[in-house]
Design a protein around this ligand. Structure first.
Ligand code: LLP
Length: 421
């Protein structure tokens, strides 16, 4: 459920007509709904309410500080994967003890910044990284709380580019090696082992792979406790999928996920941490774009819009499906025709949809890409020297630009010309 609905023949974001925002900020732009962000956060928070828990939003999904602040004020922690994300979370007012640091390639500098600024825990992904965290902690006279991310070798049954829990993936430490690695961790003076971390992939549409992975984590918890480690926190990663179409895909709900977590791990009495990104932000955002031209091709019509692959890369990168809807509500029974919906970038890959049935559209009409809140704005680029598009946040009947459109000079003046030219 989200708060982008038709009302009086027009698409609204909460209580604001999308067309009104488009007129104020120009197209294309990203538009987020506060009520939807909060609703999704609370679905998870409530789903885990029988257990001591913290929902750490995976801010890689959408990292604008206004979004982070909205979620942090509701009680969310953050999962970060870079110095930039750590600093952004801090700038949005998230305290260090609610920030978890994940990722396979944390540098010494990143570790130093996070340790000195305050951190809930590092999720350690390799032995060399563990040594570096230890060394930095010893140098700073601090002790770094850590979990080790284990790779459970489970098939997440998702797109290959976003599966992370098989032995061939770069993530985590093979679960079979975990006991040795924990033994080493316990011997290092700069580290304090507090738990276990696992994340098997993104856009999972079944519970079974999670349950398989979490059962392995449950078993490992008992083994590690028997080995003398104080395992009291389980970070279960993110990954729960969202419906990208409104008809036929119905991934499990957070409440079902929560019940499964309780069933597989509840008996251990651990604090549960989860890192959802897509489920919180995905359906809380749309990308609004305008038709530039309708072009009749030899065997099809092209809808050429002002948004492009540099603004929303998911269709080009993962063959992802996004619902694309007109901002003026189609009439019941209105005739539809198939369009290829494309952007202006000079690549055939700049295609959002092929043979997509839409009501007849004209130059100047607005369309909205649904489910674009997660991995949309954050993955955008300036390819073809197209400036990053603005982000706007709606809250009830108000809206605010939360990242403005840069002007062309800003983009161009970032280049510097060496003195020999
Ligand atoms: N935790 C870790 C360690 C992760 O690597 C990720 C996502 C998450 C949590 C959040 O997963 P989520 O709940 O959002 O599924 N750009 C891709 C998705 C990449 C996901 C990367 N890691 C896409 O557009 O589909």
């Amino acid at each position: 459920m989200d708060h982008f609905l038709y009302r009086d023949g027009a698409l609204y974001a909460e209580d604001v007509p999308v067309a009104e925002i488009a007129a104020a900020v120009g197209t294309p732009f990203y538009l987020y709904s506060t009520a939807t962000l909060l609703r999704h956060f609370h679905l998870f928070d409530d789903a885990l309410k029988g257990m001591d828990h913290l929902v750490c939003y995976a801010m890689k999904a959408a990292s604008n500080q206004a979004i982070l602040k909205t979620l942090a004020q509701a009680g969310a922690g953050m999962d970060v994967v870079s110095q930039g994300e750590y600093l952004r979370a801090k700038a949005a007012g998230v305290p260090g003890d609610k920030i978890v640091f994940s990722g396979v390639g944390k540098t010494q500098d990143e570790i130093r910044i996070a340790l000195s600024g305050g951190i809930r825990q590092f999720n350690v992904e390799s032995e060399p990284e563990m040594d570096v965290i230890n060394a930095v902690a010893v140098e700073l006279g601090l002790v770094a709380p850590i979990t080790v991310r284990v790779n459970p070798d489970v098939d997440a049954k998702t797109h290959a580019k976003i599966a992370t829990g098989k032995s061939e993936n770069k993530f985590g430490i093979p679960i079979a090696r975990a006991r040795d690695v924990y033994a080493r961790a316990a011997s290092l003076p700069g580290l304090k082992v507090i738990g276990i971390d696992v994340h098997i992939g993104s856009q999972l549409t079944e519970l079974e792979p999670f349950e398989l992975a979490y059962s392995k984590v449950a078993e490992l918890t008992e083994q590690l406790r028997a080995d003398g480690h104080d395992i009291h926190r389980l970070d279960l990663g993110g990954g729960l999928g969202i419906p990208y179409t409104r008809s036929n895909d119905t991934p499990p709900l957070p409440v079902e996920y929560g019940a499964m977590v309780q069933r597989t791990l509840g008996h251990l009495g651990c604090e549960i941490e989860i890192e959802p990104g897509r489920l919180i932000a995905g359906n809380a955002g749309i990308m609004v774009s305008k038709v530039i031209y309708v072009k009749s091709g030899e065997d099809r019509d092209f809808l050429i819009i002002d948004g492009a692959m540099n603004d929303l890369i998911r269709p080009a990168m993962y063959e992802a499906y996004h619902d694309i809807v007109p901002v003026v509500e189609p009439q019941a029974g209105q005739e539809q025709r198939p369009y290829d919906i494309v952007g202006p970038v000079c690549e055939s890959g700049d295609t959002f949809a092929r043979h997509r049935d839409m009501p007849s559209l004209e130059s100047g009409d607005l369309v909205a890409f649904r489910s674009a809140g997660a991995y949309g704005a954050v993955m955008s680029s300036e390819y073809n020297s197209r400036p990053l598009i603005p982000e706007v946040l709606v809250n009830g009947d108000q809206f605010a630009v939360i990242r403005r459109r840069p002007d062309f000079d800003e983009m161009i003046n970032r280049d510097t010309i060496p003195k020999w030219l």
